[in-house]
Design a protein around this ligand. Structure first.
Ligand SMILES: Nc1nc2c(ncn2[C@@H]2O[C@H](COP(=O)(O)OP(=O)(O)O)[C@@H](O)[C@H]2O)c(=O)[nH]1
Ligand SMILES: [Mg+2]
Length: 284
């Protein structure tokens, strides 16, 4: 999970900073990082591998010195080092056109923030979560894309779903028999940006979903966007999506019937909607 991104000059004076988390890195930790490692920054310029990784407590600082500026991404220690380095490489490349030695104008700062968000979230991972038999796999199978098993096949499968633009790349994750894994959730949801809680729109299912999943995912992924899908709206006992929204205490619940799906567009729109909402929070 990306907590913060910042740029400082070699005198450790801040040139840019943005938080991407509800739990940004405490200032004292950032200060510790700057004090402790500032002296080494100059030496690093000559280094062969441009990336450095340092951990302080649960925070991982991945940084790079380029043109007398230090670019830093702060994540959690269990994030993939390689992935964060790739992100940082991409970010520094796109930001090379900005004059960051001097103060940025408001409009330049806005453009920089859009560029950053695009780079930092060039890959979006969406998880389908819910009780058995609610239609998660049906949704997963209906969306076109390329299956990629980057994780254990027995607990989940992942698909690169094709969207109209290739930006960002969207990965959908379908978990198998999710109810059994409670203790593993923080691990299973690693790297997930958006969680779609799927219910079959019956009273019993909505209530047990609330009990089993809502608190659990909120705790495991405080920064994830959580939305609901009220599937099986074709059933006569289906509750209204607006009622389910209240019951689950979520901001958005989309009604859906996979059995009456006229075309995949309406399903794709749920995903596009979620992605837009997720990215919009960083562009205000
Ligand atoms: N009536 C109805 N049945 C559905 C709908 N979506 C999925 N199903 C059926 O529900 C069953 C369970 O679906 P599945 O995708 O395997 O659920 P999962 O366990 O959550 O992955 C299957 O028989 C589906 O055909 C729907 O919108 N309406
Ligand atoms: Mg399934």
């Amino acid at each position: 999970m990306i907590r913060d991104f910042f740029i400082v000059n070699l005198q450790t004076k801040e040139r840019f900073h943005k938080s991407y988390s509800k739990e940004p890195t405490p200032e004292s930790i950032v200060k510790m990082f700057l004090l402790k490692y500032a002296k080494e920054f100059k030496v690093d310029v000559e280094d062969i591998s441009p990336f450095k990784n340092i951990t302080i407590k649960q925070f991982m600082f991945t940084f790079l010195v380029k043109n007398d500026l230090i670019y830093v991404i702060i994540t959690d220690i269990h994030d993939s080092k390689k992935d964060i380095e790739l992100l940082l490489a991409r970010v520094t490349k796109s930001l090379s056109d900005f004059d960051l030695q001097n103060s940025l104008s408001k409009s330049h700062k806005d453009i920089l923030e859009v560029t950053l968000t695009k780079d930092l979230f060039s890959q979006i991972k969406i998880a389908l979560i819910g009780k058995d038999n609610v239609g998660k796999s049906t949704i997963f199978n209906t969306l076109e894309g390329e299956i990629s098993y980057s994780h254990s096949k027995r607990v989940m499968r992942s698909k690169h779903i094709l969207t109209e633009s290739s930006d960002p790349r969207v990965y959908l994750l379908d978990y198998i028999g999710t109810e059994d894994y409670s203790p593993q959730w923080p691990n299973l949801l690693r790297g997930i940006h958006i969680i779609l809680i799927v219910v079959d729109s019956t009273v019993e299912n909505v209530l047990s979903t609330k009990r089993l999943f809502i608190n659990l995912v909120k705790k495991a992924k405080p920064d994830a966007l959580i939305m609901g899908i009220a599937n099986k709206q074709d059933q006569s006992n289906a509750l209204d999506a607006s009622l389910i929204k209240k019951m689950l205490d979520l901001e958005d619940v989309f009604p859906l019937s996979m059995h009456r799906l006229a075309d995949t567009k309406s399903l794709e729109n749920i995903f596009l909607n979620a992605i837009q909402k997720y990215l919009a929070q960083f562009l205000q």
